[in-house]
Design a protein around this ligand. Structure first.
Ligand code: URA
Length: 234
């Protein structure tokens, strides 16, 4: 009879198996030792999903009165993200933020600090035009604030610029005043990440109150200085 000669390892294994007092410890079933992790979604996929979620929002007067969703515009990999209030008539027609009169001023403001609009990313607090361009209600700001936080988290900018009191309220609440808070660097934590944030006047406000442009100019210079300090290149 051909007896198998046990080697050192077989002896050790046999002893271990015996010590468990089991009939069978081996199985021929293949073991999946390599867990294949799904690849993380890229920014475009995440943004499309978020857009779809907003598109499917329920019980929202803004959505029922608007003709199009206005989600975002610009470079999704930009280090600078701008948040406005909500779409106006032109934005509602074209489905793009800041394409009307306020948008033209916004473009000029950034041009003045050497930043081309196509190099930044722009969105709004609410993504559907409020009827008659009214300010979004506090309940609407709250309803959309998680979408906005998600949006910021996906874009993951180095600098977040909140334009106007609605953008400020959406992320910092309504207890603070824009006249006091504008021009100061703040931090906001979203999904465990801290974002460097600055509040400044909304271009539509500047179109109505030209005397406030001097403060806006100060804020823009503060933004430019920070961009240079951080070594941000476009
Ligand atoms: N005002 C905003 O806040 N957002 C726009 O997209 C246009 C005007």
């Amino acid at each position: 009879m051909n007896e198998k000669i046990l080697n050192q390892n077989d002896i050790i294994n046999t002893e271990i198996i015996d010590s468990y007092d089991l009939d069978c410890v081996f199985s021929n079933n293949p073991i999946n030792r390599v867990k294949i992790k799904p690849l993380p979604e890229n920014k475009n996929e995440q943004l499309n999903k978020l857009k779809e979620k907003i598109q499917n929002i329920e019980n929202c007067e803004l959505k029922y009165n608007a003709s199009k969703i206005v989600f975002g515009d610009g470079n999704i990999d930009s280090p600078i993200m701008i948040v406005g209030e909500g779409p106006g008539q032109k934005e509602d027609e074209l489905g793009k933020p800041f394409v009307g009169e306020a948008g033209m001023l916004l473009n000029k403001m950034f041009k003045a600090i050497n930043i081309n609009r196509k190099n930044i990313y722009i969105t709004n607090v609410v993504n559907f035009r409020p009827p008659n361009n009214r300010k979004p209600e506090p309940s609407e700001i709250t309803k959309y604030s998680n979408f906005l936080r998600n949006h910021i988290s996906i874009i993951d900018p180095k600098i977040l610029v909140l334009m106007g009191s609605t953008a400020m309220e959406s992320l910092f609440g309504s207890k603070i005043k824009i006249s006091k808070e504008r021009g100061n660097w703040k931090e906001i934590i979203i999904n465990n990440k801290t974002y460097l944030t600055i509040i400044t006047f909304h271009p539509a406000y500047l179109l109505r109150q030209a005397d406030q442009k001097k403060y806006s100019w100060k804020d823009l210079k503060i933004i430019r200085k920070k961009i240079d300090e951080l070594g941000i290149k476009f």
